[in-house]
Write a new protein. Sequence first.
Length: 271
Amino acid sequence: MRLFLQLVAVAAVALAGSFAVGAVQWNAPLTLILGLGTAVLAVLTYRWIVRKTEHRVPVEIAKNHAALGRGLAIGLGLFVLVIANIALVGGYEVLGWGSLAGAIALFGFSAAAAVTEELIFRGILFRIVEGRIGTWAALTLTGLLFGLSHLFNAHATLWGAIAIAVEAGGMLAAAYAATRNLWVPIGLHFAWNFAEGGIFGTQVSGTDAPKGLLDGVMSGPVAFSGGDFGPEGSVYSVLAGVIVTTVFMVLARRRGHIVPLRRRDAATLVP
């Protein structure tokens, strides 16, 4: 029941925020305000519903600037490495400056997406399901669900959804498993998305969006560039995601954060 109640509460905020952002049609100041507002309201809602349904303080989303900073640094650094590799094989080129207004709008959009998706997929689904089926199975299941959720985007492809499941769904769940703090995957998710669209001006998971700070274009083989889906459909992104996922899971194991698969007769839900 707590899984259902938490999902309904946070998903309602995410859906309302999505409709509001969509309604202003990328107006820069309104998208920024509505996006940041959605992110803040989602965090407050998560804290409230976890307290109500689990009778505990949700320490995984307690204020932690250091954890957020680490996530931001990892996400930005990772995307820079990916886009640099794509550029080296001729798959990405900067034509000139893009749009400051577009970058501002994408900042708000990325904040709302990163916070709401991490609360739903890692804070609720992964965290609660992990108590039933263990860390590895929960990582696989929620990663697949995360990838499938991107099939509804404008330029989505089956390969793009699979790539998202592997490189992002797995990596972000592993980031939470290693740290038991939601600000790390939130920061990682936001920095990757904002760098992708807001800075380098490429497609974000196949979503139609304005240009960011740079007017960047993708070309060449889809396997390297990601095509209309964006760099997340590139083999470089998948490889980077797999490497970082492995590092996080090694850390999770060393820190004793791996939850084993429980026997049916002994299964219990864990916070």
